[in-house]
Design a protein around this ligand. Sequence first.
Ligand code: RIB
Ligand code: CA
Length: 309
Amino acid sequence: MMKRNILFDCDPGHDDIMAILCALAHREELNILGYTTVCGNNTLPSVTRNLLNVLSYLGQPALIAEGCDNPLIGGPEVQDAHGKTGLDGFDFPEPTFETLKISAVEFMKEQIMQSKEPVTLVGMGPLTNLALLIKSYPEVKKRIEEIVFMGGAIQGGNILEHSEFNIYADPIAAEIIAESHIPLVICPLEVCRDVSINEQQINALKNAGYVSNMVYGLLDFYYGYARKHHMKETPVFDLCTILYLLYPEAFTGYACSLEVIPQGKTVRGMTVIEPQDDSCITVLTHADKGLMEGFLQDIKKLDREVVQK
Ligand code: RIB
Ligand code: CA
């Protein structure tokens, strides 16, 4: 597999962190150029702090640039599912490094224009930063290999009847991305169901190692919703993006059109996804359910690799 250059745009978020851990365990295949944060699951300062906390805990300082603290229109739509901090479940020591002094859009533009190879953007929150990037610097478009993002739903939503959170939180940004003509890979709610974790798998991480301990604390909290609703497992949504980049053959999907409904009390953020053969957009529908076990092995690999400070 050719090594891919990737930029993460995220709002951590328990599942954002799982995707990042998975990528960190696969440095041979993925070259992480950096991270940008966006207001989504929680406020911008909180999600940025969460990312700094995790990467500091791992002893992996990295390039992080803060992005938008509001969607393109309207105010932030924070979520309860990730707790008060946006990443409840583990007590982190103080971060050991700081964010860059430039904005997410400037950082992404620099990285994309400097890179010899095309860059893949991985969207795991509202698409605000990415939409601003391509509006401000349209020249980056031809240097973007594809945008792989978690968002949208083919049918049932998780915030409104047919709307998924990341798209609902900034539907205007999603519309800009949908109309960008950049190759897109959509990981909607449907495919994320195949990337689910159960309580037994989470419990096996307890006291199993330095990284496992952190993952246990985080996922044990994240699982609270599933426990409360007597679910047998819960999707780790954003992890889907990285699993797709690593194992595209483990996924099925189809070429499609994508329309985003920008407003409307009951339909805001709804994604209308229809098959369209000549499209540069792909929607994923299913994944091999065995991928989760592979991810848990990745955490063990990180346990061996990460030196406790
Ligand atoms: O709807 C799922 C998305 O919203 C994921 O990106 C998750 O992190 C949550 O914030
Ligand atoms: Ca997210």
